[in-house]
Design a protein around this ligand. Structure first.
Ligand code: ADP
Ligand code: MG
Length: 582
């Protein structure tokens, strides 16, 4: 058997090691985690600490700890670590050595060869420094490959199709964008652009500045010269930032941040994404430039690959989609894709067959229905929470708002499918949340979707102001059992005159209260059609306002499943229409 060659992503902020096992790239955990901080330090006793243990001492012992050494590769910089001095190659060798050791522990055999990735913009000097670092770690760098190339390899190791791929890599300290062309299995970087001073670290700094200001305003105390407080904030806010990729709000609590004063605040995803918008805009300027350099227009792109931890920020994929009209691929974990691609290349060099990454993804989008207003009329639309092709397990939360004043309940729905309207998707389940606070419209509710490997969807609704929560777990596979569904339909058709009730909806999930409301809802829909036709034909402004008000109220009542109110509003609207239609 030939010797196993490992694949290494030697990153500025985080590194990772992977290997192809039984034809599939596997990421090898280091200290129990898939990625390892690219951090090196000397502890109190002068012993070497690498990865998470080194990062843990960064706040307490900054003079004995180094990070981001990749920026100095190929230069003569001397890095002071405690009472010792190291070259960038030496520090990188410590990182590579730790990864090599993790791989040996995992494989149960010695490892001497690796494929190591570097940014496409690295020059020959920087590449040689990387190979030298490997030598110092007793590893032969059998090949140094570009990070975007590795990403493309990981994504589609076997594809024989020619493809043009945009690789958007937003990491901790740097941003790189590359146009990669795969032709007959050969991957070529056509153009690369980027910013070596733009990444997640900047986003952390923006948050630290924002929160420091809030703290100063509240307590009249400046944190500017307080290095300890600044570092604590950086750790706490980086964590909060990552959480914001999944939830719409995070609480930040740091007790005794300065003297007796505590920090307590909340950050919303919306506010955070606004804070980093200029940075994101910069990445798009670079993206345009790279496309121009490669003479590629958006229509020629077959795929957009998101790489780097910071590309998990929801605004990134949203803005890319708006900009280029292509949904970026979520299939492969952005933190691990480069290491996996290095492993694929390593396996090829070792003569081992490998296939594209096998990962569990959701083949469907999961959304909830909500109201949108178009030309004054409310429309029910589906807002995706978990998008198609997201790796499993996954969790995503968004905030929604009540529509009516004093609205004390909401109807929460979960749909599966790619359509933008509920009618064209299939209902996975629904439930009511009752007992909301009597406040004006706009009461925020956080809706959280969690999908596990078995297809169980946990839907949680929480009233933000009170913490009132309701969770229902739904089996998304139940939709697949069409046989049972048909049987249920037949059953119902036999028993009821009105076999059209429910239509294409999932009859078994409809609650009895809703069946009673169904006639009122049907009438409301018909009245709304009449109202739309009337308004489109032109009516007095006052009448239009009255009609829209009634339609809006009816829509809220339908959402709330409030049958008697729907009936009452139907009557009122019917009267108004009758009067105006003549
Ligand atoms: P690099 O390639 O520079 O070594 P990574 O690709 O590992 O870096 O990205 C590290 C950055 O990604 C850090 O700034 C980290 O805070 C950020 N990050 C990691 N996970 C998330 C997340 N879920 N949401 C937003 N940012 C994240
Ligand atoms: Mg990286």
């Amino acid at each position: 058997m030939s010797e196993t060659i490992i694949g290494i992503d030697l990153g500025t902020t985080n590194s990772a090691v992977a290997v192809v096992k039984d034809g599939v790239p596997i990421v090898i955990p280091v200290d129990g985690q898939p990625t390892m901080p690219s951090c090196v330090g000397l502890d109190d006793h002068g012993a070497l600490a690498v990865g998470q243990p080194a990062l843990n001492q960064l706040v307490a012992a900054p003079e004995s700890t180094v990070i981001s050494v990749k920026r100095q590769m190929g230069t003569d910089t001397i890095l002071k670590v405690g009472n010792k001095s190291f070259s960038p190659e030496e520090v990188s060798a410590f990182i590579l050595g730790r990864l090599k050791q993790a791989a040996e522990d995992y494989l149960g055999q010695p490892v001497t060869k690796a494929v190591i990735t570097v940014p496409a913009y690295f020059d020959e000097g920087q590449r040689k420094a990387t190979a030298d670092a490997a030598k110092l770690a007793n590893l032969e760098a059998v090949r140094i490959i570009n990070e975007p190339t590795a990403a493309a390899l990981a994504y589609d190791a076997q594809s024989s199709q020619n493809q043009t791929i945009l690789v958007y890599d937003l990491g901790g300290g740097t941003f790189d964008v590359s146009l990669v062309v795969v032709e007959d299995g050969v991957v070529e970087v056509k153009a690369s652009h980027g910013d070596t001073q733009l990444g997640g670290d900047d986003f952390d700094d923006v948050l630290v500045a924002h929160v420091s200001d809030l703290f100063s305003e509240e307590h009249g105390l400046s944190l500017e010269d307080d290095l300890r407080a600044q570092r604590r904030l950086k750790v706490a806010l980086e964590h909060a930032k990552c959480r914001l990729s999944e939830v719409p709000f995070v609480k930040v609590q740091e007790d005794f941040l300065k003297g007796e004063k505590h920090l307590t605040t909340e950050i919303s995803r919306e506010a955070y994404e606004e804070m980093i918008e200029t940075y994101l805009q910069k990445t798009f300027t670079c993206t345009h430039q790279a496309m121009e350099d490669a003479k590629v227009v958006p229509e020629q792109l077959d795929k957009i690959l998101l790489v780097g931890g910071s590309s998990r920020t929801p605004a990134v994929s949203e803005l890319i989609e708006n900009l280029l009209g292509i949904t970026p691929s979520f299939e492969v974990n952005p933190d691990l894709i480069v290491a996996m691609g290095a492993a694929v290349q390593a396996a090829t060099l070792a003569g081992v067959k490998s296939q594209s990454i096998l990962i569990d993804i959701t083949p469907h989008t999961f959304s909830t229905s909500t109201m949108e207003t178009s030309m004054g009329f409310p429309n029910e639309i589906c807002v995706p929470l978990i998008k198609r092709n997201t790796p499993l397990p996954c969790r995503k939360a968004e905030v929604f708002y009540t529509m009516a004043d004093n609205q004390n309940q909401v109807h929460v729905t979960a749909f599966q499918g790619e359509a933008s309207t509920p009618e064209d998707n299939s209902l996975v389940g629904d439930f009511m949340v009752q007992g909301l606070s009597p406040v004006p419209a706009g009461n925020p509710l956080v809706l959280d979707f969690g999908l596990d490997l078995n297809g169980m969807l946990a839907v949680t609704a929480t009233e933000k102001s009170t913490g009132l929560t309701k969770q229902v777990v739904m089996d998304t596979n139940s939709n697949i059992r069409t046989f049972d569904l048909e049987k249920a339909r037949d059953n119902i058709a036999e028993l009821t005159e009105e076999s059209s009730v429910g239509g294409d909806n999932l009859v078994p999930i409809q609650t009895p209260t809703k069946d009673i409301n169904q006639a009122a809802i049907t009438e409301a829909k018909q009245l709304r059609k009449r109202a739309e036709a009337l308004v489109a034909g032109g009516v007095e402004e006052d009448d239009k306002i009255e009609i829209l008000e009634l339609v809006n109220q009816t829509t809220s009542a339908v959402k709330a499943g409030d049958g008697s109110t729907i009936t009452r509003l139907n009557q009122s609207l019917s009267d108004v229409l009758f009067y105006l239609e003549d």
